[in-house]
Design a protein around this ligand. Sequence first.
Ligand code: MEV
Length: 423
Amino acid sequence: MAVNSRISGLKDRSVAERRALVADGAGVDAAALTALDAGGLTVEQADHMIENVVGTIAIPLGVATNMTVNGRDYLVPMATEEASVVAAASNAARIARVHGGFHASGTGPVMIAQIQLLGAVDPHGARARVLEARQEVLDLANAQDPVLTRLGGGARELTARVLETRDGTQVIVHLHVDVRDAMGANAVNTMAEAVAPVLAERAGARSLLRILSNKADTRLVRARAVFDAELLGGPRVVDDIVSASAFAEADPYRAATHNKGIMNGISAVVLATGNDTRAVEAGCHSHAARDGRYTALSRFEKDRDGNLTGTLEVPMPVGLVGGATRAHPAAQTAIRILGVTSATELAEVIVSVGLAQNLAACRALAAEGIQHGHMRLHARTVAASAGASPEEVRDVAERLVKDGRIQVEYAREVLESLRSGDR
Ligand code: MEV
């Protein structure tokens, strides 16, 4: 079924109505969304996932609307504790939609495992001998995972470097593995451990670390979109976003915040789909420093028609099989809502959401400032923290916004007067 992500007014509906609309829009059975009740994970299920379990902690799961990626609509589940994130992504996606939405592409799902070799008396000769064993090493690696090779993945390439360190010269070998629909950590770590003795023997060295690299720059995904000048607020806003982008490119202090805005979108979808947020974050930030200086991950430019073009390219090591993606019932439901059928498709949607989030933050910063919209939504959290019941939250939040005093103390006062009926 073709998904229609253009659901307007979702924010004004009840949770039950939203569930029905999302289920309908995504073409999934509405009953499947009950897996999202109370965090979607029982303590018994959690107990099988990590050690020393004493409970679970729930994070709100929202659905971003309006996303189109490569001509297909997606309703995007986002897990985040931060107000404004889901609304901002949906707004930016609406602005991109009029010019065809997001276009995403990538390098393919290739991960790198590193094998560290120590003590070679002739490091350059060791490197050459390791590379001569290429086919033997690839065959041995692939023998570890017949399922992956049957699915069209597997070890593809072997590279090696001589690395000068403060602890002497080391030979670092990289095994490049197409991991298909997996995040790939288990697959590549198993392969690295299996081939290390052969590499060590060829190098006349000892192997030490055998582990994947989170600098997943052979698994890059890029997204681009055209954001309509008029919908952004006019030509001045376009120019100001370009200036904001230039600031982030030139200054690491701003780049860190700019990139944090991107990660607000990326990490929310990564988490909702049960993927490894730390792996993705390590990959993105290492990519931001790839030229030796930390910089912005995205670029905004003005096109010939005066519209804003945005581009974002980052490593995106996410999977659809294995790990919490399979074990967590809510993650399974999130993937059903999203309707992706490959890890590559999932990665393309995630990077597009990152770009949408980034645009939304830069637009707000360049126009009315971030606090305007953010504090409106934050007011609800403040009202709840002050003790407002779900029925009282809206009234209290509205009053905080109206009076321009979004503070817990004041929310308590408003709540008290509301309850005593003197408003
Ligand atoms: C807040 O979570 C994210 C922003 O600071 C991002 C940015 O400054 O671009 C608004």
